[in-house]
Design a protein around this ligand. Structure first.
Ligand SMILES: Cc1ncc(COP(=O)(O)O)c(C=O)c1O
Length: 377
């Protein structure tokens, strides 16, 4: 099955019970048993729900894993994966990881004894030297948010295997349409499905895919025990969103290429961050592991004041957190998505006050460029 076909026919695309072509929303919490334990595969919807299972089978197929799991948010998915570890374990993460991922590691999971170190994972030596005797996993975000740095998944996964560690990849920015970490050696893939997979700014959800029966058993145990599951309505919305992921990503790619071209030539823009640029330091790695560079672009306008001026004039780019929707969005990471990262750390990473991040949507690109042009002037 090719990729666009799989988005539509992967997983359980029709309801086996009724033949319904749109998989039904099984709005149900419990299931009748004919005798004690005599059920049809479902007992209670925290443990399993048919609509959620259809989504979990779909993401499993799209990522090429052993099993998929759906959670109430991307952060719930990440937390559940981290619950595979024990007090005293250590995890290495990408340094400019999503602010919420930084926060859960350093303000919540640290209290439970799960220690973390943040390094530039695009630098293999830095990853290697961060490995400690109690390290259990390397968590990568690639491309990163908001600086669009790229980590070589294959190389890190190889190093992780040699050291007996798991490789976890947050694939939110690329989506399974452009990048498949499990094929590159990763063990676990995470998604904030709130973004491109949902695609319409109408659902908050998280997905995880694992590559082995043992991890599937362990993660199902955590999912069922801690209970942060996705409801059937939202599972259905995601299944619907995913059907058009391919055409949305293709169109986004075209719009983004034109916008990057425009931004690069504009005198008010000091720097453009986009992995599709040949001048991007990790462009050759990106080209090797992704089929498309995505719709996220960051650019520096020099100061918070300039960023505010741009925001006050911009029209089609909605000032909002989040990304990956049909509508173009704009944000200032230092004061929004990455505000939970301490200011000194932001400065170290290069997340400046003048850094603006856009998520390119599906409007006509001529309108988007015209809008950026008038706002930058
Ligand atoms: C890369 C990345 N991972 C994880 C998350 C967390 O996902 P959610 O907001 O669905 O909890 C986000 C949210 O912005 C994200 O951008």
């Amino acid at each position: 099955m090719k990729r666009k076909t799989k988005l539509i026919h992967g997983g359980i695309s029709t309801d086996p019970a009724t033949g319904a072509v749109s998989f039904p929303i099984y709005q149900v919490s419990t299931y009748k048993q004919e005798g004690v334990g005599g059920h049809k595969g479902y007992e209670y919807s925290r443990t399993g729900n048919p609509t959620r299972f259809a989504l979990e089978e779909l993401i499993k197929d799209l990522e090429g894993g052993e099993a998929g799991f759906a959670f109430g948010s991307g952060m719930a998915a990440m937390t559940a994966v981290m619950m595979l570890f024990n007090s005293g374990d250590h995890v290495i993460l990408t340094d400019d990881v999503y602010g919420g991922s930084f926060r859960v590691m350093t303000k919540v999971l640290n209290r439970l004894g799960i220690d973390s170190t943040f390094v530039d994972t695009s630098n293999l030596e830095a990853v290697m030297s961060a490995i400690k005797p109690n390290t259990k996993a390397i968590h990568l975000e690639t491309p990163t948010n908001p600086l669009l740095k790229i980590t070589d998944i294959e190389q890190v996964a190889k190093l992780a295997k040699e050291s007996g560690l798991l490789t976890i990849v947050d694939n939110t920015f690329s989506t399974p349409y452009w990048q498949n970490p499990i094929e590159l050696g990763a063990d676990i893939v995470l998604h904030s499905a709130t973004k491109y997979l949902g695609g319409h700014s109408d659902v908050v959800a998280g997905l995880a895919v694992v590559n082995s029966k043992k991890l599937a058993e362990d993660l199902h145990f955590v999912q069922n025990s801690t209970g942060g599951v996705l409801g059937p309505q939202d599972s259905w919305l995601l299944i619907r969103g995913i059907k058009t992921l391919g055409i949305r990503m293709e169109e986004t790619e075209k719009n983004t290429a034109s916008i990057v071209d425009f931004l690069q030539g504009h005198p008010a823009v000091k720097k453009v961050y986009y992995p599709g640029l040949e001048t991007h330091p990790n462009h050759s790695i990106a080209k090797k592991q992704v089929r498309g560079f995505g719709g996220m672009v960051s650019f520096d306008v020099g100061s918070a004041e300039n960023a505010d001026k741009l925001l006050s004039k911009i029209h089609y780019f909605t000032l909002a957190e989040s990304l990956g929707a049909v509508e173009s969005l704009i944000s200032v990471p230092a004061r929004m998505t990455h505000a939970s990262i301490p200011i000194e750390r932001r400065a170290e990473l290069g997340i400046t006050e003048g850094l603006v991040r856009i998520s390119v949507g599906l409007e006509d690109v001529e309108d988007l460029i015209e809008d950026l042009k008038q706002a930058l002037e």
